[in-house]
Design a protein around this ligand. Structure first.
Ligand SMILES: Cc1cc2nc3c(=O)[nH]c(=O)nc-3n(C[C@H](O)[C@H](O)[C@H](O)COP(=O)(O)OP(=O)(O)OC[C@H]3O[C@@H](n4cnc5c(N)ncnc54)[C@H](O)[C@@H]3O)c2cc1C
Length: 302
């Protein structure tokens, strides 16, 4: 059985790897605080190597030190979900140093003799491809949706001597610039919106609520309709407003991770089965192109 290392940014990563290759012995490396290391230790892994960043030093600065630890075990597979820059950096350093194959969008791995058989999306996920990889593999995998069931904790192996590359964060510019972090009201818009021009309609609603405008990741990352510091979620901004109004958003777990601090969530979605309604306190099942102008008109008449 190949030795597997997982670079952890979230306990959900461990859950994702368990789903990918059930039964594979996993050693993990965590660059983060004690709480993250402890929760990783309860997810059925064989070991947790723990680097605790010095205050003010970003986790990415420990990429080379973490890669040294991973490479010491000569792993056959190194995986991460790539939601944090630190995990991408560690995997990059590992891949470069041991000349590993790198594959993204990996959905399954199994052993085929001395090689690994890997499945995943290719050509923009239009096809499912199978690769045979000999030699070490660095894989980027999809995150899991649900937290792993807590298991017996393994002991942590701290690495207090792990040295960071010189680097220090002095200002968190994106959060300050977007104003989302402290906003009392936020209107979040998703792919239910049909065109960039229609953003004006949602902006009008946000304006009448005195709310900040936010969005789902695809609107900022894929479509570029709003700046990247406007998307909310696991990989984006964390918000904790008194009101989060979700418009045309499906309620993906990665998005909801960014609104856990919201006091009240109101959702507008045309699909009564949309997951956002399970997270919402109030829901309006309807076409946003009717509901949004109607809400704006009501608020304007107050
Ligand atoms: C590693 C990773 C990290 C990620 N991190 C994030 C993250 O931080 N933040 C994030 O947002 N996403 C993130 N995602 C993406 C996430 O999984 C979802 O794909 C994304 O959040 C979906 O965006 P959406 O809700 O805008 O679009 P969709 O899922 O396409 O939902 C659109 C919704 O609009 C509704 N709708 C359509 N037309 C109308 C209409 N006329 N009126 C009303 N409703 C309508 C539909 O019913 C649907 O529910 C991440 C994904 C990965 C793999």
């Amino acid at each position: 059985m190949t030795t597997t290392w997982l670079v952890v940014t979230d306990p959900l990563d461990l859950c994702a790897l368990g789903r990918l290759v059930p039964g594979l012995p996993v050693d993990s490396i965590v660059i983060g605080d004690r709480a993250l290391a402890d929760s990783s230790a309860r997810t059925g892994v064989r070991s947790v190597h723990w680097i605790e960043p010095v205050e003010g030093v970003p986790a990415d600065a420990y990429a080379a030190a973490a890669a040294d630890i991973v490479l010491g075990a000569a792993p056959g597979l190194v995986a991460t979900t790539a939601t944090a820059p630190a995990s991408r950096a560690v995997v990059g350093v590992v891949a470069a140093r041991c000349r590993a194959s790198v594959l993204s969008g990996v959905t399954g791995v199994s052993e085929a003799g001395d090689a690994l058989e890997v499945t995943g999306g290719a050509a923009g996920n239009a096809v499912v491809a199978t690769w045979e990889v000999s030699g070490p593999l660095c894989a980027f995998i999809a995150p899991a949706d649900e937290a792993p069931a807590p298991g017996v904790a393994v002991g942590l192996t701290p690495h207090p001597d792990a040295a960071p590359r010189p680097s220090r964060v002095t200002v968190s510019a994106a959060a300050v610039a977007s104003g989302l972090a402290d906003a009392a009201r936020v209107v979040g818009v998703g792919r239910g919106l049909r065109s960039r021009a229609d953003l004006a309609m949602v902006e009008a609603l946000a304006g009448s609520l005195d709310a900040e405008l936010a969005c789902s990741m695809p609107l900022a990352e894929d479509l570029g309709w709003l700046p990247k510091d406007r998307f909310v979620g696991r990989s984006g901004q964390q918000v904790s407003p008194r009101l989060y109004l979700a418009v045309g958003l499906s309620g993906a777990p990665q998005h909801l991770q960014g609104v856990r601090g919201a006091k009240v969530i109101v959702a507008v979605n045309s699909d009564p089965e949309a997951a956002i309604f399970r997270a919402a306190d109030y829901g309006i099942v309807g076409d946003l192109y009717e509901v949004v102008p109607a809400l704006t008109a009501v608020l304007a008449s107050d």
